[in-house]
Ligand binder design. Structure first.
Ligand code: BES
Ligand code: MN
Ligand code: ZN
Length: 489
C-alpha cells in the first residue's frame, strides 16, 4: 500500500503538488488560485505556480489536475490539484484524482494548508482508496505510486488525523479485498481464517468461531439450513472489541453469504455472476470493528458474521421447509434465494437474547430491490428509532457514503403471516427491501427500538472507477460505521 508520511522538509522534490481552489484575480479572467500552504517552498516556484493556475484555465473544481513540466529544474514537475471549496469531500475527490494522475510516478510531495484536519483526512482517504487494486497474486504488478510526502508546517498537528484516515482506508481496503475474492477461495472457513489473521495481536480483541456442530447445539437453524447445501460448512464469527473504558455496547451484524446461487430456487445466470459479493455486509462490519480496535475507540463492539454458502445440492434446504431459528421463532421459506434474512435472523435473535447490547445494527446485501428503489450508490436504512437513524445517516454522509431512510411500512406486515410457521420469509408483496426489513425486525426482541438495518446490495459494488471508488467491491459501510462508532462514548 501507498506509504503516506508527514514532513516539514522533503528529502527530494521531483513532483510537487499544489492545491488550487476557485477564485483568483478577476482582471485576467482567472478562476483558480493557489491554496495558501505555509510550508517552506521556494518563492520562485510558488510564483510560477500562481501564474500557471489562470494560464492553464483551471477552475479549481475538486478533482481537476494539471501537470506542468520544468525540465532540469527542481521540482521537475508541478501538479496543480483542484480541491473545490475546501471541505472534506472536495479533498477526498482531489486525493482520488491525484492517485490516478500520479499513478506512474513513484513519489510525490503535496503541499498542505495549516489548520485543516478535515482536508488532510479527505486527501489521505482519497489517495489510499483510489489507488486500491484487487490482486490475487503479485504477478504482473504494474509500476505504481508508492510514496506520498505531505508537506506541512507542523507535522505533529496532523499526526492523529493521518492515522485516522489511514486506518479508515486500510480497513475499507480489507473489506474490498474480502468481497472481491472469488468464491472458489472464499468459503466460510476461509473467511473466518481471514478474520482470525486480521484480529491477531490486537489486545482486547476476542474472536470466537462456531462451526456446524456448535451451531447445531446452539439452535442456529437459519444458518444451518442455508449452509446445508454446501460442501463448505457454515460458520458464525463473533468478534468482540472490548476496551476497558467502554460505556456503551454496540452489536454489528453482517450478512456473510460467500456465494449465493439462490439455492434450489436457483438464480438466472446473469443474476448469479456477481454473487461472490454477497458477504459484503459481513466484510464491512468486521473491517469496521477492526478499525475501532486499531483506533482504540472507547466503545464495545461485538460483531456477528453468519457465514454460509447458498448452494444447490442434495443436502440443500428446500422451498417450503420450516426453519427453527435461534431462540425458537420459526419461518416458512418458500424461496431459497431469500437466504440472507434467514442467517441474519439467527444472529439478531442471538444478539438480542444473549449479548443484550445498547444498540444493534445490521448491514446486508439483502435485496435487488435496494437498487430498484434508490439506484446504485445508496443504501436503504430502516429503523423505528428516529434519533439513531439520524445519527447513522449523518455519519454515513459525513464519511462520503450515501444512505436513505426507508419506511418499515405496516401495510406489508400481513404478508409476513404463514399457516405453518410464525413467519413467512419471502412474501411476494412487492417492496422487497421493505418486507425483508420487516422480517428481520421480528428477531430483534427487546432491541426492536434500538435497531437499524441497512440494505446495502446496491452500493456494495461499483461498475467502474469513480472518485475514491474503484471498479468492483467498494467496502461500503466501513467508513460510515467507523465515523458513527467514534461518536459513541
Ligand atoms: N443476495 C441477494 C440480493 C442481491 C441482489 C444482492 C442483487 C446484490 C445484488 C439476495 O439473497 C436475494 O436473492 N434476494 C432476493 C429476495 C427474494 C427472493 C425475496 C431478491 O432480491 O430478489
Ligand atoms: Mn439470495
Ligand atoms: Zn443473498
Amino acid at each position: 500500500m501507498l506509504a503516506i508520511r508527514l514532513t516539514t522538509g522533503p528529502e527530494r522534490l521531483d513532483t510537487l503538488v499544489l492545491p488550487v481552489r476557485p477564485g483568483g484575480p478577476a482582471d485576467v479572467g482567472a478562476s483558480a488560485e493557489l491554496v495558501p500552504t505555509p510550508s517552506a517552498l521556494p518563492d520562485d516556484v510558488l510564483a510560477e505556480a500562481a501564474a500557471l493556475a489562470p494560464a492553464a484555465r483551471l477552475t479549481g473544481r475538486a478533482g481537476q489536475t494539471r501537470e506542468h513540466l520544468r525540465p532540469t529544474r527542481t521540482p521537475e514537475r508541478l501538479l496543480l490539484l483542484g480541491v473545490g471549496d475546501g471541505d472534506e469531500h472536495g479533498w477526498r475527490v482531489a486525493g482520488a484524482a491525484l492517485a490516478r494522475a500520479a499513478r506512474a510516478e513513484p513519489r510525490i510531495v503535496v503541499a498542505l494548508p495549516d489548520g485543516a484536519p478535515a482536508a488532510v483526512r479527505g486527501l489521505v482517504e482519497g489517495l489510499l482508496l483510489a489507488s486500491y487494486r484487487f490482486r490475487l497474486t503479485e504477478a504482473g504488478e504494474a509500476p505504481a505510486l508508492r510514496e506520498v510526502d505531505l508537506l506541512v508546517a507542523d507535522a505533529e498537528a496532523y499526526r492523529a488525523v493521518v492515522d485516522l484516515a489511514r486506518t479508515t482506508a486500510e480497513t475499507t481496503r480489507l473489506a474490498r479485498d474480502l468481497t472481491n475474492t472469488p468464491s472458489s477461495v472464499k468459503n466460510p472457513q476461509w473467511f473466518a481464517g481471514q478474520v482470525e489473521a486480521a484480529a491477531a495481536g490486537t489486545p482486547d480483541l476476542h474472536l470466537r468461531v462456531r462451526g456446524p456442530e456448535e451451531l447445531a447445539a446452539g439452535g442456529f437453524g437459519g444458518i444451518l439450513a442455508v449452509g446445508g447445501g454446501s460442501a463448505s460448512g457454515p460458520r458464525l464469527v463473533e468478534l468482540d472489541w472490548r476496551p476497558a473504558d467502554a460505556k456503551r455496547h454496540v452489536v454489528l451484524v453482517g450478512k456473510g453469504i460467500t456465494f449465493d446461487t439462490g439455492g434450489i430456487s436457483i438464480k438466472p445466470r446473469d443474476a448469479m455472476k456477481l454473487m461472490r459479493k454477497d458477504m459484503a455486509g459481513a466484510a464491512a462490519v468486521i473491517a469496521a470493528t477492526l478499525g475501532a480496535a486499531r483506533l482504540g475507540l472507547p466503545v464495545r463492539v461485538t460483531t456477528l458474521a453468519p457465514l454460509a454458502e447458498n448452494m444447490v445440492s442434495g443436502s440443500a434446504f428446500r422451498p417450503g421447509d420450516i426453519i427453527r431459528h435461534y431462540g425458537g421463532l420459526t419461518s416458512e421459506s418458500t424461496n431459497s434465494d431469500a437466504e440472507g434474512r434467514l442467517v441474519l435472523a439467527d444472529a439478531l435473535a442471538y444478539a438480542a437474547a444473549e449479548l443484550r447490547p445498547d444498540l444493534l445494527v445490521d448491514l446486508a446485501t439483502l435485496t435487488g430491490a435496494n437498487a430498484v428503489a434508490l439506484g446504485k450508490r445508496t443504501g436503504a436504512l430502516y429503523s423505528d428509532n428516529d434519533e439513531l437513524a439520524d445519527e447513522l445517516l449523518a455519519a454515513i454522509a459525513a464519511a462520503g457514503e450515501a444512505a436513505w431512510r426507508m419506511p418499515l411500512a405496516a401495510d406489508y406486515l400481513e404478508h409476513l403471516g404463514s399457516d405453518l410457521a410464525d413467519l413467512h420469509s419471502s412474501p411476494a408483496a412487492g417492496a422487497g427491501s421493505v418486507t425483508a426489513a420487516l422480517f428481520l425486525r421480528e428477531f430483534t426482541g427487546e432491541l426492536r427500538e434500538q435497531w437499524v438495518h441497512v440494505d446495502m446490495s446496491a452500493p456494495s459494488w461499483a461498475e467502474g472507477d469513480d472518485a475514491e471508488l474503484t471498479k468492483g467491491a467498494t467496502g461500503w459501510g466501513v467508513r460510515g460505521l467507523l465515523r458513527w462508532l467514534a461518536t459513541l462514548d
